[in-house]
Design a protein around this ligand. Structure first.
Ligand code: ZN
Length: 140
């Protein structure tokens, strides 16, 4: 099965240790995710691609117990739908990233816990390719 990224230029892939691709302002140093063409702080357009750290701390999250409206949701539907968690992971000194979490059991999620970026299967597209997306998982 061929694996394809759900969107180009969001994370490095294929890679043994994938990283999210953000941008960094050459003028003030602010980091954004996803990539932005201009700086949210000073409107500079000197934004450079910037690979984000693979580990961060869980900041806030919610579980998606029912299927979200589609679009924008493009994942499995109906009986194939499984609940998942979405959270914010704070990458130290850089930026908070909104991401799917691999763990959806609220009992196992703790504020401030260390999380690591992984690439996970998301759905199968019409051509039979496995579409992968990024997620954060708790570090053991
Ligand atoms: Zn700036």
């Amino acid at each position: 099965m061929t694996q394809v990224a759900f969107a180009p230029d969001v994370f490095t892939w294929p890679a043994d240790e994938p990283q999210l691709i953000g941008s960094k302002c050459a003028r003030c140093g602010i980091v954004t995710f996803p990539v932005q063409g201009s700086c949210p702080r000073d409107a500079s357009t000197e934004m450079e691609d910037h690979l984000l750290p693979r580990r961060g701390r869980l900041w806030a999250w919610t579980t998606q117990d029912f299927q979200p409206p589609s679009p924008p949701y493009t994942g499995p539907t109906g009986e194939d739908y499984t609940k998942f968690a979405v959270g914010y992971v704070e990458l130290p000194g850089e930026v908070k990233v909104e991401s799917r979490l691999t763990e959806s059991d609220p009992e196992k999620l703790v504020p401030g816990m260390e999380m690591e970026l992984v690439v996970v299967p998301f759905r199968t597209d019409d051509e039979g390719n496995e579409v992968v997306t990024f997620a954060f998982r708790p570090v053991d």
